[in-house]
Design a binder for this molecule. Structure first.
Ligand code: URA
Length: 271
C-alpha cells in the first residue's frame, strides 16, 4: 500500500501524534497536568429549576437532539454546586467515545473570578496532550489578540470549550457530543457567572445559543443569554475562531473589531 495513503488513513483515524515534528512523551506530560486552580468555589449566583433551556437568542433554531447520554449529563450537572464539583463530574463522565480516545480531559484555564468567559469548540492535539484549552497555535493567536486589549488569561479571563475531550483527528464535535456536554456547559456558565461570554467560533455558537451556522453574520453582535441554572441575562458575543483566522488571515480585521468590542464592554462594566 502507498505510504501516503496509509499516512492519510492514520490521520483520518485521529492518529496524528506520530506525525508531529518532534517526539512527545505523553505519559510524562500527563503527570505534569496542572493541579486544580485555587479559589474555584464561587457560589452559583442563583439556580433556576426549570427543565428546559431559556434562550433569548432564537430558540427556534435549537440544535439539540435529546439523547440518553444528555439526560445522564443533565443529572450530573444538576448535582454540581461548585466549580470543583463540576470538574469532578466532567472527569468522572465516561459516556461518550471521545472520553476514551482522549489523553486528557480539558476542562478550563484562566481566572474563574473573571467577568469574561471564552467558550471554544473542542481541544485539539496540543490541548489533549497538555490538558489545557487553547494552548496550541490557534490558542496562541487568541491570547495575542486578547493581550492587545489588556486581557491576560491568568488575571482577567476564563476559558473553556463546548466539549471537554478531543474528537479524534480534530474533527468537529458531533451533535450528540455537543448535546451531551451542553448541561455541563450551562452549569459551567452559571458557576463562573461572567458578565460577558465570548463564543469562539461557530461550534460554540451552536452549543451555547442553539444556532447552527452563520457566524459571519452574527460575529461582533451582542445577545442576551440565560439558561436553567441562571436567573438573569448574560451578554454573549460570537467571534471568529482563531484557527479560521490562521487559515484566512484577511479576516483578522474582524477579530480586531470584536476584540475592541470586548475591551469596550469590560471597561464600561468595570465602571
Ligand atoms: N480550538 C478550540 O476550539 N479549543 C481549544 O481548546 C483549542 C483549539
Amino acid at each position: 500500500m502507498e505510504p501516503a495513503y496509509i499516512l492519510k488513513w492514520h490521520q483520518e483515524m485521529g492518529i496524528v501524534d506520530m506525525t508531529a515534528s518532534s517526539p512527545v512523551d505523553g505519559f510524562a506530560l500527563k503527570s505534569q497536568i496542572l493541579k486544580k486552580p485555587a479559589n474555584t468555589s464561587k457560589p452559583v449566583a442563583a439556580v433556576q429549576e426549570t427543565a428546559q433551556p431559556v434562550m433569548a437568542a432564537d430558540p427556534t433554531k435549537a440544535v439539540r437532539p435529546p439523547s440518553d447520554v444528555a439526560l445522564d449529563t443533565r443529572k450530573l450537572a444538576d448535582a454540581c454546586k461548585t466549580l470543583d464539583d463540576l470538574r469532578d463530574a466532567v472527569h468522572s463522565f465516561k459516556g461518550l467515545g471521545i472520553t476514551r480516545t482522549a489523553t486528557n480531559v480539558v476542562f478550563s484555564d484562566g481566572n474563574p473570578n473573571s467577568d469574561v468567559m471564552f467558550i471554544g469548540e473542542a481541544p485539539g492535539a496540543d490541548e489533549d496532550r497538555q490538558g489545557i484549552p487553547f494552548c496550541g497555535q490557534s490558542g496562541q493567536l487568541l491570547s495575542q489578540i486578547l493581550k492587545y486589549i489588556g486581557l491576560s488569561r491568568d488575571k482577567n479571563y476564563y476559558i473553556t470549550n463546548s466539549v471537554f475531550w478531543r474528537p479524534p483527528g480534530n474533527r468537529k464535535p458531533t451533535p450528540e457530543e455537543l448535546a451531551a456536554c451542553h448541561p455541563f456547559v450551562e452549569k459551567h456558565i452559571a458557576l463562573i457567572n461572567p458578565k460577558l461570554i465570548v463564543l469562539v467560533g461557530g461550534t460554540a455558537v451552536t452549543s451555547v445559543l442553539g444556532k447552527a451556522g452563520g457566524i459571519t453574520k452574527i460575529r461582533g453582535t451582542f445577545f442576551d443569554y440565560t439558561n436553567p441554572y441562571v436567573d438573569h441575562n448574560i451578554a454573549v458575543m460570537p467571534m471568529f475562531h482563531p484557527s479560521y483566522l490562521l487559515r484566512s488571515p484577511g479576516q483578522k480585521k474582524y477579530a480586531w473589531e470584536d476584540a475592541l468590542k470586548i475591551a469596550e464592554f469590560t471597561s464600561s462594566s468595570a465602571r
